[in-house]
Design a protein around this ligand. Structure first.
Ligand code: NAP
Length: 263
């Protein structure tokens, strides 16, 4: 049996400066892929990329790409082609999750979340399409969430809408991309230990960990390995699908339904 060889494959990871995106970029770099990672700020992205190149020994480049700016997204795709000769994999991962109760939500609050999480991801896929179509192959992996597609959380209704919206996009896009040999799938993380999640506070993290049957928060590598699989040659016949990676968090009907931890 042969497995995907990642050497010289070109991978873009949006939101690769920290959290889940950083974990994805790190795993691809360790496999030998050429990685372009992005965040809002060019200097931060470059510094993170340099650090990853050092620790993994891989080819990692950073660029500042604000996903609210369509021209910057197009430039991201062009830069990947200039640097790495093509685009084999797009990990449309960047996202924000500001808390805002519906009663206090402004139009700008809604726009901000939808612009980054939904519109930014769609435009990133569009920007990579000509290159992938030209090659007759490609892999797109969206980072969605359990929140929205599967569960709800008070204070994050706009976020849930953006994450569920990604899946509507996923299914239509899968049909358009299939004739070109391009697959598109989504990972649905549960609660993963990232800088962004830590900003929600210790109490939030403790409560979440207690509601996960496997007894811990997710690690970024848990999500990265699922993404790596969906990006692999071995996943060639999977498109338009979702892969939940949540430690079983969405299974129990109540906290009582979770078996107590072994002594
Ligand atoms: P995080 O630690 O806050 O990192 C977010 C990343 O997105 C950063 O690299 C950030 O880069 C980038 N980003 C934010 N706004 C951006 C913008 N306007 N343009 C470009 N990049 C932008 O978040 P995370 O927890 O890793 O979450 C990553 C993804 O996983 C998100 O889509 C999130 O919805 C999803 N998710 C996370 C969890 C979880 O438990 N952590 C659960 C389910 C789904 P800069 O700060 O450098 O700009």
């Amino acid at each position: 049996m042969t497995f995907t060889r990642w050497e010289n494959r070109s991978v873009i990871v949006t939101g690769g400066t920290r959290g889940i995106g950083y974990g994805i970029a790190e795993l691809f770099a360790r496999q030998g892929a050429a990685v372009l990672l992005t965040g809002r700020d060019e200097r931060t992205a470059c510094a993170v990329a340099e650090g990853l190149a050092r620790t993994t020994g891989g080819r990692v480049t950073g660029r500042g790409v604000d996903l609210r700016t369509p021209a910057a997204i197009d430039e991201m795709a062009a830069e990947a082609v200039r640097l790495h000769g093509g685009i084999d994999v797009l990990c449309a991962n960047a996202g924000i999750f500001p808390e805002k109760p519906l009663r206090e939500m402004t139009a700008d609050d809604v726009d901000e979340v939808l612009d980054v999480n939904l519109r930014g991801g769609i435009l990133a896929v569009r920007a990579c399409l000509p290159t992938m179509e030209g090659a007759g192959r490609g892999r797109v992996i969206l980072t969605s969430s359990i929140t929205g597609p599967t569960t709800g959380y008070a204070g994050w209704s706009h976020y849930g809408a953006s994450k569920a919206g990604q899946l509507g996009f996923l299914r239509g896009a899968a049909l358009e991309l299939a004739p070109h040999g391009i697959t598109i799938n989504a990972v649905l993380p549960g609660n993963v230990r990232t800088e962004g999640l830590a900003e929600l506070g210790e109490e939030y993290l403790r409560g979440m960990a207690a509601s996960i049957p496997l007894g811990r928060l997710g690690e970024t590598s848990d999500i990265a390995h699922a993404v790596l699989f969906l990006a692999s040659d071995e996943a060639a016949f999977i498109t338009g699908q979702t892969l939940t990676v949540d430690g079983g968090q969405t299974l129990p009907e109540s906290l009582d339904a979770i078996a107590p931890a072994a002594p």
